[in-house]
Each structure stands twice: as structure tokens, then as C-alpha cells.
Design a protein around this ligand. Structure first.
Ligand SMILES: Cc1cc2nc3c(=O)[nH]c(=O)nc-3n(C[C@H](O)[C@H](O)[C@H](O)COP(=O)(O)OP(=O)(O)OC[C@H]3O[C@@H](n4cnc5c(N)ncnc54)[C@H](O)[C@@H]3O)c2cc1C
Length: 476
């Protein structure tokens, strides 16, 4: 009854707010879904809770300091290249400094780079003769049964504990702020697992894939191959251009400060109600919001949608940006950054050398570092106040980078629900969700909690969904 009364009332005020598609959430995923549907001639409304679109893509400038609050780099791949070309952003895109190919990993209190050639691996402290031995034996290890296993078990089984502790653990911190003991190898690193499945070995599979890539026609122009990219005004530029492109379509609108408070089915339409009182009806509804938000919106509709969404862990992560005088850091900062494995027993997960990565991030004679605290193993490390966060990072990095002075500029960006964890059972959860979704025609769920957390994955998954919807509804 209440719903009926609500819908009658809103029928009167919002008949003009009927769309083919309503997309809830204006992050990378939602923006691309909305853009793809709008470009295929559908009428689209994108509803975003905050004052600006972009979600995690957020850049902040303060004088000569420029920081990313969320992601710092995009990996250039053919779909991203095509998108930047369509948006007229390719000329603006900045490849990262070639030094960014150098990656430091903390090892017994020292920053050590990964070897530049496999022949140097035995004398590299991260790998050493034992690690090299494990690598050489890897092709002869038996394939495991096809059951799901943790990333830690998978890597230890194939490459040994040393590779887990000193290589994979820091990598997992850098990407997921995650715990390899809990992450599902199959869900978090499907390409790595596919090498064992298809070739019986990571080393053998890696070599075959390398040969195939060398023989195949180049997928990208030479200057963009393997590049990490940003823009002079930061990654938020991409979100801004996507928004411009959406609103340039004949029948597409973006509504910021428009928090969706409930969604429900009404006849052949989805009804979308917002906290600001702007209500919409749509033939297709896309929720491109974090899993807990989707769960809260869908709770009155179907508990079977809610359970798997609520099981996805979202630990907090803070990005702590620190500016120093060059003279106060002994390390040359000649790389992408430094990752700190759990076995080093520090709270900081790692630090990007942000002013090395791209020009224009720090005033002259200064450098910018972006460090991360929190994550799955130490969520409590993200809880203290800003000054304590800065002090913790400085204490963790002081000896590693030879820091002699105090930061001259600082900023702490807090992400209370930062990065969804693809943990054991994740693929089953997603399968259960997809099965439950079949009962709800015209409802799609999208976001970094499924099918890849990199911005590039979110963009591509959004594009695919938008196009699929256009096909269903008979767009151009
Ligand atoms: C600190 C950090 C560093 C990262 N670094 C990198 C990196 O270097 N490279 C990389 O590729 N990836 C990185 N990532 C991951 C990447 O940023 C994300 O996976 C991706 O941007 C997520 O996009 P999304 O659209 O799925 O979700 P989000 O960006 O979370 O977007 C969801 C949107 O929904 C909106 N919303 C929520 N509730 C509602 C509601 N009720 N009504 C309306 N709108 C709502 C939110 O305001 C938000 O704008 C990083 C992430 C973090 C947190």
C-alpha cells in the first residue's frame, strides 16, 4: 500500500523522468555503462551521490602539489587506447617516466629492485639461489586438482614460500591491499591460474604467451606498449571527459548530489527514488555502486541478492601523500615506488614515488610520495588521526628511503571501504548472485567487486554492459 501511494505521488511529478536506462553510481564502471548505452541512442540518466562524477578517480591540487586521492595510474591496453582516442584524450595522456619500470621491494630493511634479467636472479636478494632453484623446478611440479585455493597456497605450491613472501605478497598489497592467505587465486589472479591449467606450468606458460605476443600483430602503437598513464591534470580528467561525452549525447543526463535511496519494480519499469526527491523510472536499471550499497538497496527486493554482496570484504585504506624537500631524502626515488611485504613487519604497505612517475606533481626542489596504510591484514592501521598517519608513514619509510627531514606538505585521503577483496568463495558468490539476478529482468549489477578491480577493467566491463543493454532494448 505504501509503495502504491508512493508511486502514485511520484507518477504525478516524474512522468518526464522516464528513461530507457538509469545508471546508479558515477565511478568508472557507471560512467562507461551510461556512455555506451547513450551512444547507442538510448535515453539514459546517470545518478551520482556526490557532487562530482569519477568515484575513486579523484585528483586534488594545492598550489604546486597535485595528488591522486585514489588510483594513480592506468595501464594502457587496447580498449583504453581506443577510448582515449574516441574522447580526444590521447594527445593529453602522459606516459609514466621510463624509470617507473624499476620497482623496489623492501627486503630486510633495504629497498631492493627486481632483477632486470633472469640471469641476474640468483644474485638478487629477493630471489637468490634458492628462489632461482624453485623457479627452474616449477615446470616439473605436478598440476593441482582444479579446486579453488588461496593465492598463498597456489604460489607456495608452484614457486615456494620465498616467492610468496618477497614477490607475490608485496604485489598483492599493492593491488588489493589484500591478504594472500584469504584471496582466491582463481578469482584474484585468473590469468596466472590459467597458465598452470593450460600449460601445466607458470614458467612454461609465461614463455609461450611471451612468444605468442611477440609474433602477433602489435595491439598498440609502440609508444604506448606496456605504458602506465595519467594526464597533466590527473586521472579525474578522464572522468570529466566521460561526463562531457555522455551529456553530449542527445538524450542523456547526469545528476550529481543525487543519492539513490530505494529501487523497486513497478510493472514493466524499475522505479528509482532519490534522497533529493528526484524520482526516475527505467526499463533497465544498472547499479554501479560498491557491493554493500547495492546490498542495502536490494535488501527489500530479494535476500538472495544481498547475501553474496554482503560477504565481500572491503577493508579501509588511506592514501597518505607527503611532500619533502629533495635534500631531505637520500634515495634517488628512481622508480615506480617501493612495496613493503608483510614479513618486514611495518604498517605502511608501500609508497609510490609520485613526483617521479609524472611531472607537475610537486614544486621544484621537492618530491611527492604517496603511501598506503590499512588493508585486509591491518585495517586498524587506517584508524588513527591524520597526524598519526603521517608520523607512521615517516617512521616506516625513514630508514628505507634515507629520510632526514620532516614532510613540508601532507594530505590524508581516507577510503573507509577501499578495495573489494576477491577472497575464497568469491567466484561462487558471483555465480549465486548471477543466478538470483535472473529472476529480476532489467536489473544489472556492475562495479569493481566483480570481474576486475583495475580502472581499465571497470571501464571495459561498463562498456560491455551498456552495449548489451542497447542490444536488448534495440538501440542503434
Ligand atoms: C586508494 C586506491 C588506489 C587505487 N589505485 C589504483 C590504480 O593505481 N590503478 C587502478 O587501475 N585501480 C586502482 N584502484 C582501484 C580503482 O580505483 C577502482 O576499482 C575503480 O575506480 C572503481 O570504479 P567503480 O565505478 O566500480 O566504483 P567507484 O569508483 O566506487 O564508484 C561508485 C560510485 O557510486 C556512487 N554511489 C554510491 N552509492 C550511491 C547511491 N546510493 N546513489 C548514487 N550514487 C552512489 C559513489 O559516490 C561513486 O561515485 C585504487 C583504488 C583505491 C581506493
Amino acid at each position: 500500500m505504501q509503495r502504491e501511494a508512493q508511486s502514485e505521488a511520484s507518477d504525478r511529478q516524474d512522468t518526464r523522468e522516464t528513461r530507457d536506462v538509469v545508471v546508479v553510481g558515477g565511478g568508472a564502471s557507471g560512467l562507461m555503462a551510461a556512455r555506451a548505452a547513450a551512444r547507442r541512442g538510448l535515453s539514459v540518466a546517470l545518478l551520482e551521490r556526490t557532487a562530482q562524477v569519477g568515484g575513486n578517480l579523484r585528483t586534488h591540487r594545492d598550489g604546486d602539489w597535485q595528488i591522486e586521492l585514489g588510483p594513480n595510474t592506468l595501464m594502457m591496453k587496447p580498449p583504453l587506447h581506443a577510448l582515449l582516442e574516441e574522447l580526444g584524450l590521447l594527445d593529453e595522456a602522459q606516459p609514466a617516466n621510463p624509470d617507473a619500470r624499476r620497482r623496489y621491494i623492501a627486503y630486510r630493511g633495504m629497498p631492493v629492485t627486481l632483477p632486470s634479467h633472469w640471469l641476474k636472479a640468483p644474485i638478487n636478494s629477493l630471489i637468490g639461489p634458492r628462489g632461482m632453484g624453485a623457479l627452474l623446478c616449477e615446470p616439473f611440479r605436478r598440476r593441482a586438482p582444479q579446486a579453488e585455493e588461496s593465492l598463498a597456497d597456489f604460489v607456495t605450491r608452484r614457486l615456494g614460500r620465498r616467492a610468496l613472501n618477497h614477490l607475490v605478497d608485496p604485489f598483492v598489497s599493492g593491488v588489493y591491499a589484500g591478504d594472500p592467505e584469504r584471496l582466491s587465486a582463481q578469482a584474484a589472479m585468473p590469468r596466472l591460474v590459467a597458465l598452470e591449467r593450460e600449460y601445466g606450468s607458470l614458467v612454461r606458460g609465461g614463455l609461450v604467451r611471451l612468444r605468442q605476443a611477440r609474433r602477433a600483430p602489435p595491439a598498440l602503437p609502440r609508444e604506448w606498449r606496456g605504458q602506465l598513464v595519467s594526464f597533466p591534470t590527473g586521472l579525474q580528467r578522464l572522468a570529466g571527459r566521460l561526463a562531457e561525452d555522455i551529456t553530449a549525447q542527445p538524450d542523456a543526463t547526469i545528476h550529481c548530489e543525487c543519492e539513490v535511496s530505494s529501487v523497486y519494480r513497478e510493472g514493466e519499469y524499475w522505479r528509482v527514488e532519490t534522497a533529493s526527491g528526484q524520482d526516475f523510472r527505467a526499463r533497465e536499471l544498472v547499479l554501479a555502486v560498491p557491493a554493500p550499497t547495492a546490498a542495502a538497496l536490494l535488501a527489500p527486493l530479494d535476500p538472495q541478492l544481498v547475501v553474496p554482496l554482503n560477504e565481500i570484504a572491503y577493508p579501509p585504506v588511506n592514501a597518505v601523500s607527503l611532500g619533502f624537500r629533495c635534500a631531505d631524502i637520500a634515495h634517488p626515488l628512481d622508480g615506480f615506488g617501493m612495496l613493503i611485504p608483510g614479513v618486514e613487519h611495518r604498517q605502511t604497505l608501500g609508497a609510490l614515488f609520485s613526483s617521479t612517475l609524472f611531472p607537475g606533481r610537486a614544486p621544484s626542489e621537492h618530491v611527492l610520495l604517496t603511501a598506503f596504510l590499512g588493508g585486509r591484514r591491518q585495517p586498524e592501521a587506517a584508524a588513527s588521526d591524520d597526524d598519526a598517519q603521517v608520523a607512521q608513514v615517516v617512521a616506516d619509510l625513514r630508514d628505507l628511503l634515507g629520510i632526514s627531514g620532516e614532510p613540508v606538505w601532507q594530505s590524508v585521503s581516507r577510503w573507509p571501504q577501499a578495495i573489494p577483496q576477491y577472497e575464497l568463495g568469491h567466484l561462487e558468490r558471483i555465480a549465486a548472485l548471477d543466478e538470483a539476478l535472473e529472476r529480476h529482468a532489467g536489473l544489472s549489477l556492475l562495479g569493481n567487486w566483480r570481474d576486475g578491480i583495475a580502472v581499465g577493467d571497470c571501464l571495459e566491463n561498463g562498456r560491455r554492459l551498456g552495449e548489451r543493454i542497447a542490444e536488448t532494448l534495440g538501440g542503434d
